[in-house]
Ligand binder design. Structure first.
Ligand SMILES: Cc1cc2nc3c(=O)[nH]c(=O)nc-3n(C[C@H](O)[C@H](O)[C@H](O)COP(=O)(O)OP(=O)(O)OC[C@H]3O[C@@H](n4cnc5c(N)ncnc54)[C@H](O)[C@@H]3O)c2cc1C
Length: 390
């Protein structure tokens, strides 16, 4: 592939940078990092409104749905710039669920849901995983049965991350109990305010909140089953495919690495500037090489998508590399900065804005979000090398 951006892609990068220059500042980046997934702060809301006003909400959507029809490479440029600036990313409702509804929904379903998504009125939590169904999603047990013109949903979902501020759940449910396990699942939209829906918080290590979701005789209209009955497993895989570009993006890690380098430039330890320490310099140089390599892997995934291929092996490589590199940056950062580098951002003596300890706690999550790295390695084996599937 040609790694040089075309004049059109370069111009697009400049346009995105200009927008970021106008709308992103440190206060927004801090709010985004500190709030994690605790709903949007006021600054993030203003930023996302500005993105929508600019028409960039539907950046990747085909033009027939009011989108801009940007190529995968142009989307990759956008993601890279936004993450690198520390601004909030477009919600998965827009980048993963909506494109899936566009492909699988009936005309009526598209007419019902897409304009509301475009107007920012709807936000989905993603309800795939259960306590006994993560990697092996097809084992899920939450079931939906037809009763007249309504589905009655019963069961429980685990790790339903956005449930506490979502308006709806994008839920994988078993509708065909007698079919083979991959064939018995359907995708359904469940409003969060429907009677029988309840949410219980689960706090995880980086201080982020996720949830358990309980569904007790929840009734939803028949038309809320999206696409074909029994095809839900494949629709869930399709929705996850749309996340490929952002999952393998190095933008966020690059941003924190920059903060580490800035701190090294300033910091003096025992009368000696850190920047003069050969070990520190060597470590930073190594990480910079790896960051650039990660960028190339992301570019290759985008390029393959634009060639009409499903870049399963490429995106798995990018995902593994970026997630493990983020952990290395945090490790090395904490080591270089010493104990003060491990303090929370709220502490006056925290170094690099408390970013290294934050990345240290967050980055293990990147290794299983969107599919665990063990499974990604298996995908590289059978999709990349044609080895037998496990
Ligand atoms: C903080 C957090 C947020 C999340 N948010 C969401 C969300 O919003 N929506 C949602 O639906 N899910 C969400 N998840 C769930 C996440 O996608 C799953 O945790 C993940 O898919 C792994 O599933 P599991 O936890 O059941 O682990 P398991 O599938 O039980 O895996 C356990 C271990 O075994 C390994 N393993 C399993 N199968 C294989 C195999 N075939 N080959 C090799 N190794 C294997 C795994 O790699 C892993 O190391 C979230 C999870 C967490 C912790």
């Amino acid at each position: 592939m040609d790694y040089e951006l075309s004049p059109r892609e370069q111009a697009w990068r400049e346009e995105v940078r200009e927008f970021i220059g106008e709308h992103v500042d440190e206060a927004l980046a801090d709010e985004t990092r500190q709030r994690g997934n605790e709903g949007r702060g006021p600054r993030a809301q203003l930023f996302l409104d500005a993105l929508r006003d600019r028409g960039w909400w539907g950046l990747a959507w085909p033009e027939e749905y009011g989108g801009l029809g940007k190529t995968a490479l142009e989307q990759w440029i956008f993601i890279d710039e936004i993450e690198s600036a520390g601004a909030p990313m477009l919600p998965l409702t827009v980048t993963s669920v909506a494109p899936t509804i566009m492909r699988i929904g009936s005309q009526e379903q598209k007419r019902d849901w897409l304009p509301k998504i475009q107007a920012g009125e709807i936000e989905f939590a993603l309800g795939y995983s259960e306590a006994e169904a993560g990697t092996d999603l097809a084992s899920l047990k939450t079931r939906a049965e037809l009763d007249g013109d309504e589905w009655v949903v019963n069961g429980a979902k685990m790790w339903n991350t956005m449930a506490h501020h979502a308006t709806h759940n994008w839920l994988a449910v078993r509708t065909e109990p007698d079919a083979r396990k991959h064939k018995g699942i359907s995708m359904m939209i469940v409003p969060m305010d429907a009677p029988g829906v309840s949410v219980q918080p689960i706090w995880v290590w980086p201080g982020l909140r996720t949830n358990a979701l309980f569904l007790d005789n929840v009734r939803v209209p028949r038309s809320y089953l999206i696409g074909e009955r029994g095809m839900g497993f494949y629709y869930a895989a399709m929705a996850l495919n749309f996340e490929r570009l952002s999952i393998g993006s190095i933008g966020m890690a690059r941003r924190h690495f920059r903060a580490l380098v800035d701190e090294v430039r300033r910091r003096v330890v025992d009368g000696r500037p850190l920047r003069e320490d050969p070990w520190v310099r060597e470590r930073l140089a190594r990480l910079q090489i790896e960051i650039d390599a990660a960028g190339m892997l992301g570019l290759e995934t985008a390029w393959a998508l634009d060639q009409g291929r499903v870049p399963a092996a490429e995106s798995s490589m990018a995902k593994i590399y970026v997630s493990e590199l983020s952990q290395r940056i945090a490790d090395v950062g904490c080591e270089i900065l010493g104990l003060n580098g491990q303090l929370h951002a709220d502490e006056a003596r925290a170094l690099a804005g408390g970013r290294m300890q934050w990345l240290y706690r967050l980055s293990p999550m990147l290794a299983f979000g969107g599919g665990t790295n063990e499974v990604q390695r298996d995908i590289i084996g059978f999709m990349g090398f044609g080895l037998p599937r496990k």
